[in-house]
Design a protein around this ligand. Structure first.
Ligand SMILES: *[C@@H]1O[C@H](CO)[C@@H](O)[C@H](O)[C@H]1NC(C)=O
Ligand SMILES: *[C@@H]1O[C@H](CO)[C@@H](O)[C@H](O)[C@H]1NC(C)=O
Ligand SMILES: *[C@@H]1O[C@H](CO)[C@@H](O)[C@H](O)[C@H]1NC(C)=O
Ligand SMILES: *[C@@H]1O[C@H](CO)[C@@H](O)[C@H](O)[C@H]1NC(C)=O
Ligand SMILES: *[C@@H]1O[C@H](CO)[C@@H](O)[C@H](O)[C@H]1NC(C)=O
Length: 519
């Protein structure tokens, strides 16, 4: 009896929810980001089911559905091939990404909706209080959430994709919103604004009519009664995004967009690797940490040669996350295929970070107060690098022309007092929040679950026709009034002019009569 009462107490008092996370993209960095959130939800006693590619540690109340098959571990970008496109133009790079996105979206979608366990989940009509769906290149996760008839929220591991703005009712305005695909920043010049318009328009058109419509076909093969994926996207309660304004700048959003940048950063971690710790402790002239992230693979030999040349010319110590083969590092270089990044960056001897400008790395640099030399390679990295420059966190260099001298100069720049001080200041700002990013995210997730997704946080802009949003009807109305008023004024003026003319004519005649008389 006692235990039954206790059980009842637990059931009544526990704000525990059945939560489903759908993360259908196999990139490693995305997984790192989302798995932190899933682990936290489990720790807070929610009953969590996760559909993803990378296995997570076994935890009570965590149920995993793996999409991984024998072939696919993690998505990789072949940098050697990519650099050929990169050296042409931003537009060709965007087209290249668009094609890559379609491949990723369709592959990920097919694996998701055809997965036996996922289909079983839908057949069982299990009740979920909340479904979290990644908002990247495929919307097929939204189809699963729809089938389960559960309140849905979105999450991104990066800045918003250009096609995500419209479903949130947030403006993706080329005059002040940094473009996702190149370094236009928050104050784009005239040519950047033109490029931004072309890129956003082209990418969104491609997304809607190629990527999303092919995904729709894949979903409809399994669930023929599925509504339009875009309509499902417009119905999500809110989205938690990997941005935070001290880095990415202040933006215009509705209440349905929550910034949780830095959510993946564990604040109390310490450096576990003893060898690395010894290496860092022995540094007298500062340490530079170098990493190009988890997705970049097959770096061109030219670039790696320049990096090693730079190392050999320097008195500083270097920690390099790399899978380079057949190279014996000199005594001032420590290499490893995988490095726990935050404890290294937060070590006091680490004074500079050479990075691909991924959002996870950039926010970690911000968190630890280490200035950054950005070497953007693909995706949102150009925009992130620009954000770092604008916030004063660092500088960027072009990977196409990079060499040992350029790297050395760039690092020398961020070693200056100006950058070191600014990085420390930004680190304080980054941590100075009403709630930690994790607490913020969890609050809003529980909020949506608690209210069964019924609270409307979406701004009315989501379903506003373009002519109303741009006020074209109102502008035309006032235009018409102005035209009518102008017409009336002109008519009045003409009428006045005529009477004036008649009057003067009358006067004239009198005058001429007078003059005639005088003659
Ligand atoms: C927790 O989730 C699993 C998997 O969805 C489900 O089988 C189980 O019934 C859930 N537990 C509770 C208490 O709802
Ligand atoms: C999946 O594996 C196949 C076979 O190895 C490969 O061709 C394909 O590029 C991989 N796809 C992804 C998305 O990693
Ligand atoms: C979106 O939400 C509205 C209001 O809750 C609902 O009427 C509509 O059917 C939903 N649309 C889709 C495609 O689920
Ligand atoms: C960090 O904090 C978490 C949660 O408070 C705790 O579980 C973990 O053991 C801590 N880790 C370290 C290295 O102190
Ligand atoms: C939550 O909303 C769904 C979909 O609108 C509805 O079917 C369900 O009955 C609601 N549940 C509760 C507990 O109100």
């Amino acid at each position: 009896m006692k235990s039954f009462v206790f059980f009842l107490y637990f059931v009544v008092n526990c704000d525990c929810y059945n939560i489903l996370g759908i993360f259908p993209y196999n990139g490693r960095s995305h997984h790192i980001y989302y798995s932190c959130v899933i682990e936290e939800l489990v720790q807070r006693r929610h009953n969590v089911t996760v559909i993803n590619y990378h296995p997570m540690p076994k935890l009570p109340n965590l149920h995993q559905i793996s999409l991984q098959d024998a072939h696919n571990a993690s998505d990789q970008v072949n940098i050697e091939e990519h650099l050929k496109v990169l050296s042409h133009s931003d537009l060709s790079m965007a087209y290249d990404s668009a094609k890559a996105f379609k491949y990723i979206a369709n592959t990920n979608c097919r694996k998701l909706v055809n997965n036996q366990e996922v289909q079983e989940l839908i057949r069982s009509a299990k009740h979920f209080d909340l479904v979290i769906v990644e908002q990247f290149v495929t919307d097929c996760g939204l189809a699963i959430a729809h089938k389960l008839n559960a309140p849905t929220i979105g999450m991104t591991a990066h800045i918003l994709m250009s096609w995500t703005y419209s479903r949130l009712g947030a403006p993706n305005h080329p005059a002040f919103v940094p473009n996702h695909y190149f370094a236009s920043g928050t104050k784009p010049n005239f040519f950047d604004r033109i490029k931004s318009v072309i890129l956003n328009f082209g990418m969104n058109l491609y997304y809607t009519h190629v990527i999303q419509s092919s995904d729709q076909e894949i979903v409809n093969e399994v669930y023929p009664d599925m509504p339009l994926l875009e309509d499902l996207g417009r119905n999500i309660s809110l989205i938690a995004i990997n941005q935070y304004f001290p880095l990415t700048g202040s933006r215009l959003y509705g209440s349905n967009v929550v910034e949780v940048g830095g959510i993946h950063i564990k604040t109390n971690v310490s450096l576990e690797d003893k060898n690395l710790k010894t290496f860092l402790d022995a540094a007298t002239d500062g340490v530079v940490y170098v990493s190009f992230g988890s997705v970049a693979s097959n770096f061109p030999t030219r670039v790696t040669n320049e990096i090693t040349k730079w190392f050999s010319n320097s008195k500083m110590r270097f920690v390099w996350k790399t899978d380079i083969k057949n190279w014996k590092p000199p005594s001032n270089v420590y290499i490893s295929r995988w490095i726990e990044q935050v404890p290294v960056l937060c070590e006091s001897r680490v004074v500079a970070f050479v990075s691909h400008s991924g959002m996870l790395s950039t926010s970690e640099a911000m968190h630890c107060g280490v200035p950054i030399v950005g070497v953007p390679l693909f995706g949102d990295q150009f925009a992130n690098g620009r954000s770092a420059v604008e916030s004063g966190l660092g500088v960027t260099v072009d990977v196409v022309t990079i060499n040992a001298g350029i790297l050395e100069d760039a690092v020398k720049t961020i070693l200056s007092e100006k950058y070191q001080k600014q990085a420390k200041k930004l680190s304080q700002l980054w941590k100075d929040r009403p709630l930690s990013p994790m607490d913020t995210a969890i609050f809003w997730m529980e909020y949506v679950a608690r209210n069964n997704g019924t609270v409307n946080m979406r701004p009315p802009t989501i379903n506003l026709p373009l002519y109303q949003y741009l006020m074209i009807d109102v502008i035309l109305f006032f235009g018409l009034i102005i035209i009518i008023m102008l017409y009336i004024v002109v008519k009045l003026f003409m009428a006045l002019l005529r009477t004036f003319k008649i009057n003067t004519k009358v006067k004239d005649t009198r005058y001429s009569i007078k003059t005639k008389k005088m003659k």
